[in-house]
Design a binder for this molecule. Structure first.
Ligand SMILES: Nc1ncnc2c1ncn2[C@@H]1O[C@H](COP(=O)(O)OP(=O)(O)OP(=O)(O)O)[C@@H](O)[C@H]1O
Length: 285
């Protein structure tokens, strides 16, 4: 069942509707790609989920039990005007229990959602290991207490996480290197390790292969597949490279002018005429 459920998610910037009434499910354990032309609303959608932006309307539910997810699915097909009092009451209950809408970004991270930012989250003067330790510390101790024993045991836990995540992205060998001195592809992998330091269930990746060489791109594709299989991560990926999308995504949602125009397996999306016309201007995928 859905790990993440979006219901009527909407964001308006003055006159412009950047995200328009989006209903979308991300299944637990899948790699889901969100694609669409420039300005389609992909980044805005992710920012609404990760707490960087507040929606104008709609909700995001995180990890609802199966029964609740089934109710969300059913209720989101009924418009506000057509909903009965009982249905509205159930929706209010679901919102108060499972909605993450309105949480601050650090609170969203604590629920189990993380985002890999393009190198922006790296402290260049620190080593790769220190960067991941910092990220692990930041999630574990929003309010850090100055108690020596506690600090010692915290540090051990944090260092263990750093080792595990550097290993997961194949950077353990370079753990002692200053981040600034790492090649571009390694910096991007470090950024993924930083995002993993909060031990998320769900990882957002924004164009993980942008600017990479073919070898680095292949290594990243392998890494994404490994993270999904070995760490059991659910991955949501915004990516422009169609070859990558079709090789690693279990499902693809297509956004156009803020609205979902297709959502399905790569085969279903590839054969969708709306997608070909609206998104690719009739060019075959
Ligand atoms: N803070 C903002 N204020 C006003 N308009 C915005 C803001 N952020 C995004 N927009 C507009 O919302 C629309 C959707 O932008 P968004 O960045 O989400 O698209 P995108 O699909 O991620 O595009 P790209 O592939 O180019 O990154 C665009 O028209 C954009 O100009």
């Amino acid at each position: 069942m859905g790990l993440l459920e979006m219901e009527g998610l909407t964001k308006r910037f003055s006159g412009l509707t950047a995200v328009d009434d989006v209903d979308l499910t991300v299944e637990r354990g899948e790699t889901k790609a969100i694609i669409g032309p420039n300005g389609a609303g992909k980044s805005t959608t992710i920012n609404l989920i990760t707490g960087l932006l507040e929606p104008t309307a709609g909700h995001v539910y995180y990890d609802p039990p199966d029964e609740a997810a089934a109710d969300i699915h059913e209720l989101r097909t009924i418009s506000d005007e057509e909903r009965s009092a009982d249905q509205q009451q159930r929706l209010d209950e679901l919102r108060s229990e499972y909605s993450i809408t309105g949480l601050e970004p650090h609170e969203v991270v604590q629920t189990g959602i993380s985002k890999s930012f393009q190198t922006a989250s790296i402290f260049p003067g620190m080593t790769a290991r220190e960067n991941v330790q910092m990220a692990a510390l930041a999630t574990e101790h929003g309010s850090f207490k100055l108690n020596f024993l506690r600090r010692q045991s915290s540090f051990d836990a944090v260092d263990e996480i750093a080792t595990e995540m550097l290993e997961a992205v194949d950077l353990l060998r370079d753990a002692g290197e200053e981040a600034a001195s790492l090649p571009y592809g390694d910096k991007r992998r470090l950024e993924i390790a930083i995002a993993l330091a909060s031990e998320p269930d769900l990882l957002f990746m924004d164009e993980p292969t942008a600017g990479m060489s073919p070898e680095e791109t292949q290594a990243t594709v392998d890494l994404v597949e490994r993270l999904q299989q070995e760490l059991g991560l659910t991955i949501v990926l915004v990516e422009h490279d169609m070859e990558i999308i079709f090789s690693i995504a279990d499902s693809i949602a297509v956004l156009n002018r803020g609205a979902i125009i297709a959502d399905g397996t790569p085969d279903e999306v590839e054969g969708d005429t709306d997608v070909q016309e609206a998104y690719l201007g009739g060019v075959e995928l």
